[in-house]
Structures are given as structure tokens and as C-alpha cells.
Design a protein around this ligand. Structure first.
Ligand code: NAD
Length: 378
């Protein structure tokens, strides 16, 4: 019987890699699910509900891991945790594959490491896409947090005592998080505008009832990779875009930044001078804080005040709605794991040539195998 282990995360990670729903589905696939006691507590998942769903509760991490075939985590496990599994076991987690120094010792354990951030962005893999499931929650929460720090209301209110104008919200970066931020700000009644370097976003912004703000030159028209991500833009383009943004931002009450380029530091979109040009009481939420931030005044994990403008730079915002984040993350993992199983025979039968498996597999048999991460010979 295949044993799947789930252990508790570290103090900074409230999410967990299993839910009662996925425990039940994994058991139905023929697996034994072993969860460290208390692992779900910060996502309001009790040992009892997991037990009722068919999971076994292990007293500690060592018991959960011992000899397991598969380890499911949110964050990277340690080398020791991996070595407690069966040799060559499967590990699936948000591994942060660009952190080579941390990955190499894990690869050396011989485990098959699946990095959930690498799930290919193709239709068949949508249900496994953790970047989307978590960014969607972060985009929502960024606007809610901004609204609670903004000492004014968001919708226009026409009352007998006078009219309160609608707040102006500007979203920078219209990927999954940005789209949800636009939708959330619109639901709260704000006047919303947004910018991105990918031309495809123009229509998406308009379809959500927001105004698109960008320099739309020839470079802009080519600014999307085949994988649907943003390209790094030229210095000339950035200068033109910066000027446009600088003029726009002065008039905004809330700015949410979400701009990322895979494998690179977050692009700097808001200078300190731009922050200083904003009205006191305005709020910036920098969702790119974990990758250095889109705003020059960002201090990752902190809220700073620049002339009365608050810059909030949350780390792991999806984790602040851990009940939902864990439930969706666990479903993403299940969707990937389902591919590993032969459902008739109830055994592991991994098709290493499958596009999704190949695209997500970072290391195997002691070596980094993902083409984007194999070191080039010097
Ligand atoms: P992301 O988190 O990598 O980046 C967020 C946004 O920042 C992107 O829209 C990017 O274009 C933008 N950005 C980068 N540099 C910028 C700059 N200098 N100024 C302004 N904006 C900048 O992106 P994401 O949310 O992961 O989504 C990327 C794309 O992938 C989107 O088109 C999304 O719809 C698509 N996607 C496809 C699938 C699928 O087909 N399965 C799943 C999820 C997302």
C-alpha cells in the first residue's frame, strides 16, 4: 500500500498540504494517508476531521514520515525529513526552485522532487496550478487589507448629508492576483484602473469594468512570452511607462502592486518620489514584497509610513486566509497526485514522459532534471 505523509509546517506557514476532502480522495485512490498530529490546526482542520476522512494521525513528524512513499508539504522539507522517507520517494511542495543552494542538498537525497510552482500553465493542469489558487486569494485579501487601512470608504455614497466620492484604486500587474484585486475593488464600489506590460491584459481589465493605463507602443505589443508571462521591458519603455504611472498615481487612494517576472527580482514600479506625490492617507499594498517589492519604500513583512502614505508589504498573504488557501492547495496537490496512480491496480505508476510530470519534476535520482534549472557547464 502506498503511504502518503503530511507533516506540520514551520512557524511562519499556517497552511497545510491536506484537507479532509483530499484525505478522503487519496484514501479512495488506495493510499494510506498519515498526517502529523496538529498539522492542520492553523487552517482549522482538526485531527478528528482528518481521521473521520480516513487519515491516520501520527504522534510526531518522524512517525508520519517513516518509510512513506510520498511526502506532501506546503514549504520545502529538510533533507533529514526526506531521508526518513522510502529511498527515491516523491516529494511535492512549493520548493522555490530558483534557490539553488537550498535545492541541491534536497536533490542529493535521491527523491523525486516536484516543485508546484512549475506546473505547466496548460488547460489540463489548471486544477494543479498553485500559483493561481494562491494568487487569487492574495489579490482578494490585498484589497480587503488596503480598505481596512484606508481611513475612508470605497464606494460613492449619496446621502441626505452629502455625497461621499468613490475611492480610486490602481492595480499594477494584471495576472491572477491583479485580476482578483480589480474584481474585489470593483465589488467594494471603487473606481478602478490597472496597468500591465502584457497586451492581452487590456481586454481583461476592460471586461472587469476597470480602465487600462499603459504606454501602448510596438514593444508593448510583443511583451508576452509563449508561456503567457511578462518579458523584462527595455529601459526606454520603462522610462515612458514610469512617467505615465507617476502622473496617474498622484490621483490614487489605494495602489495594489502584483508585478512579477518568473525567476527575477520584482520590477521596481513605484519610486519613493511617486509615494511622496500621493495624498496622505493613501495606501499601497505590495504583493511582490517576497521578491523584493514593486515599490522602492517597501520593507518586506512590514508596514511603513512615508509622509502619511502607508506601504503594506505582506509576506504570504494567501496564508492569512489559510482555511481557503489550504483547501485549494490540497486540491491542487491531489490533482497532480492523481496522475501518479494506476487507479485500477491502486499502485504508483508514474509516466515520466507526461508533459505535466516532466514540467513539474525538478530533481530525480540525485540530480536536478528540470531543463530550466540544470546548471550550465562553466
Ligand atoms: P505573475 O504573477 O508572474 O505576474 C503578475 C503580473 O505582473 C503579470 O500579469 C505580468 O505581466 C505583470 N508584470 C510584470 N512586469 C510588469 C511591469 N513592469 N509592469 C506592469 N506589470 C508587470 O503572473 P500570473 O498571475 O502568474 O499570470 C501570468 C499569466 O499566466 C496570465 O496571463 C495568466 O492568465 C496566465 N495563466 C494561465 C494559466 C493556464 O492556462 N493554466 C493559469 C494561470 C495563469
Amino acid at each position: 500500500m502506498i503511504t502518503i505523509a503530511v507533516t506540520a509546517e514551520g512557524p511562519d506557514e499556517p497552511r497545510v498540504a491536506i484537507s479532509p476532502e483530499t484525505a478522503k480522495m487519496l484514501v479512495a485512490l488506495g493510499a494510506r494517508v498519515r498526517v502529523e498530529s496538529g498539522a492542520g490546526s492553523r487552517s482549522r482542520i482538526s485531527d478528528e476531521t482528518l481521521k473521520a476522512a480516513g487519515a491516520e494521525i501520527a504522534t510526531n513528524a518522524t512517525d508520519a514520515l517513516s518509510g512513506a512513499d510520498i511526502l506532501l508539504r506546503v514549504r520545502r522539507p529538510s533533507g533529514d525529513e526526506i531521508r526518513a522517507l522510502k529511498p527515491g520517494a516523491i516529494v511535492a511542495a512549493i520548493l522555490e526552485p530558483y534557490d539553488k543552494a537550498a535545492i541541491e542538498p534536497l536533490a542529493a537525497t535521491g527523491a523525486s522532487l516536484f516543485s508546484m510552482e512549475l506546473v505547466p500553465r496548460i488547460s489540463r493542469a489548471q486544477s494543479m496550478d498553485v500559483l493561481s489558487s494562491q494568487a487569487n486569494l492574495a489579490g482578494y485579501k490585498a484589497v480587503v487589507d488596503a480598505a481596512s487601512h484606508f481611513g475612508q470608504t470605497l464606494p460613492m455614497m449619496m446621502t441626505a448629508a452629502g455625497t461621499v466620492p468613490a475611492a480610486k484604486v490602481f492595480i499594477m500587474g494584471v495576472g491572477v492576483a491583479g485580476l482578483q484585486a480589480i474584481a474585489t475593488a470593483r465589488r467594494l464600489g471603487a473606481v478602478v484602473s490597472a496597468t500591465d506590460v502584457r497586451p492581452a491584459t487590456k481586454e481583461q481589465v476592460a471586461s472587469l469594468g476597470a480602465k487600462f493605463v499603459a504606454v501602448e507602443d510596438e514593444e508593448f505589443k510583443q511583451a508576452q512570452t509563449a508561456a503567457g508571462y511578462a518579458k523584462a521591458m527595455s529601459v526606454e519603455y520603462q522610462a515612458k511607462q514610469t512617467e505615465l504611472v507617476a502622473n496617474h498615481i498622484k490621483t490614487q487612494d489605494i495602489v495594489v502592486t502584483t508585478a512579477l517576472i518568473p525567476g527575477r527580482p520584482a520590477p521596481r514600479l513605484i519610486s519613493r518620489a511617486m509615494v511622496e506625490s500621493m495624498k496622505p492617507g493613501s495606501v499601497i499594498v505590495d504583493l511582490a514584497a517576497e521578491r523584493g517589492g514593486n515599490c522602492e519604500a517597501t520593507a518586506p513583512g512590514q508596514t511603513v509610513d512615508v509622509n502619511g502614505v502607508k506601504i503594506i508589504a505582506p509576506i504570504n498573504l494567501a496564508g492569512s486566509v489559510s482555511v481557503n488557501a489550504s483547501s485549494l492547495y490540497a486540491k491542487n496537490l491531489f490533482a497532480l497526485l492523481e496522475l501518479f496512480f494506476d487507479k485500477q491496480e491502486k499502485v504508483l505508476k508514474v509516466n515520466w514522459d507526461d508533459e505535466i510530470i516532466k514540467g513539474t519534476l525538478l530533481a530525480k535520482d540525485g540530480k536536478i532534471v528540470h531543463p530550466n534549472f540544470i546548471s550550465q557547464p562553466a
